[in-house]
Design a protein around this ligand. Structure first.
Ligand code: UD1
Length: 376
């Protein structure tokens, strides 16, 4: 066996890029690790991809698979077909996948069928809502992974309940917090603040992209109506995800939202600009997993527009409240926050900016023996 361990990391979408940035920085300290980065190309727009590599100083991917958009089957299958060739050529000792997107499932499934062990970062998350494509991805990835790095004790318990061997699970904390804490102090008020007339703590931020919220006409309409109502009390900045933009156009809701001057629609923002925007806001309304914990770390009230959360700790110890999708409830809870009724965040174990350090140490210790077991 070669002396160095070769670790191949698969990324494909915006949140993946943020999660691997601190890990790749940590890898630099380890001469024993040779790292290869594959970008599947699930996200390909400049604002959804390149800007994150530039801002977070992520090395240029060694492979770019350019798989683009498509149905779940198309996207997953395209990644699998292309990535298999890379795995065969590179012969990595381990493949890392992060989060719960189609690219992560495709990477994990292809690796394990080639007898390459898989490490899953952000393992064990469950929303218990199988309508979410991400929930299916999470379950499948976790059950074929050899190393499962979990962000919270809840995630570990979820895995144990599903019968996953406790020796494969490592509570290392939240890797996205590493990224956030690294930039938190450097973040300034975004460049567009003055231009659109924003004042600190006098606006809300909205993000919306979950298929369950935006792909169904009636649901999207109800959510947008709630947002319009809230914007009568507090301006709302809405950096719009390409999926949501497309569905608003298809359902003919453009007129409904463009009439309202207090709903400020923007293109997707870079990481620094987004964190700058959130940090100075009064309230965040979202269906994003990332924002649920970023708001807790930044102590900004968050209303999650979904039936359930895969981050229960942000409700228990943080600023998050899951409000579902009913118009009345969304409005009611937003008005409470606007009138000053807010939750304060408590500290969460291992959300301390050292997760990537812990993960790299374990990877170094475990990869060789796992690899040997896989072949013998
Ligand atoms: C994906 C993930 C989701 C994650 C999100 C982060 C899955 C199943 N979903 O959702 O878990 O929270 O990324 O953003 O993997 N599009 C563009 N430009 C791009 C990328 C996408 O225009 O750079 C448009 C395309 O019309 C595409 C649509 O957005 O069809 C949806 O993209 P897709 O990658 O299928 O899923 P996301 O909604 O981004």
């Amino acid at each position: 066996m070669r002396k160095k361990i070769k670790i191949l990391t698969v990324v494909g979408t915006r949140p993946n890029f943020i999660k691997i940035a601190p890990l790749f920085e940590e890898f630099k300290k380890y001469k024993e690790i040779s790292r290869v980065l594959i970008h599947t190309g699930q996200h390909y727009d400049f604002e959804m991809s390149n800007v994150f590599f530039r801002e977070l100083k992520i090395p240029k991917p060694d492979y770019d698979l350019n798989i683009g958009s498509g149905s779940h089957a198309q996207q997953t299958a395209r990644v699998m077909l292309k990535i298999e060739k890379v795995f065969i050529k590179e012969k990595p000792d381990l493949v890392i996948v992060v989060g719960d997107v189609n690219s992560s499932l495709a990477g994990a499934l292809t690796a394990v069928k080639l007898h390459i062990p898989v490490a899953h970062i952000e393992a064990g998350q469950r929303s218990f809502d199988r309508e979410m494509p991400e929930e299916i991805n999470r379950i499948l990835i976790d059950h074929i992974s050899e190393l499962l790095f979990v962000s919270t004790e809840d995630d570990r318990k979820n895995l144990l309940k599903e019968g996953i061997d406790k020796n494969k699970i490592f509570l290392t904390g939240n890797i996205m917090t590493d990224a956030l804490l690294k930039i938190k102090k450097k973040v300034v008020v975004p460049y567009f603040f003055k231009k659109i007339g924003l004042q600190k703590k006098k606006y809300a931020v909205l993000t919306l992209h979950r298929a369950g919220n935006v792909d169904k006409e009636r649901r999207l309409k109800e959510i947008l109506e709630a947002i319009l109502k809230i914007s009568e009390k507090l301006p709302i900045v809405f950096p719009i995800h390409p999926r949501t933009k497309k569905m608003i156009r298809i359902f003919g809701f453009k007129k409904l939202i463009s009439k309202n001057k207090s709903l400020i629609i923007m293109p997707p923002l870079s990481y620094f600009d987004m964190i700058g925007l959130v940090k100075n806001s009064k309230l965040v309304l979202t269906d994003s997993g990332g924002l649920q914990h970023e708001t807790t770390v930044l102590n900004i009230p968050c209303l999650t527009i979904k039936k359930t959360t895969e981050w229960p700790i942000t409700v228990e110890k943080g600023t998050n409240l899951v409000v579902g999708r009913s118009k009345e409830r969304i409005i009611k809870e937003a008005l409470k926050v606007i009138s000053g009724r807010v939750k304060k965040a408590k500290k969460i174990k291992y959300w301390d900016g050292k997760t990537s350090k812990r993960i790299a140490k374990i990877l170094l210790k475990k990869t060789k023996s796992i690899r040997r077991n896989f072949y013998e």
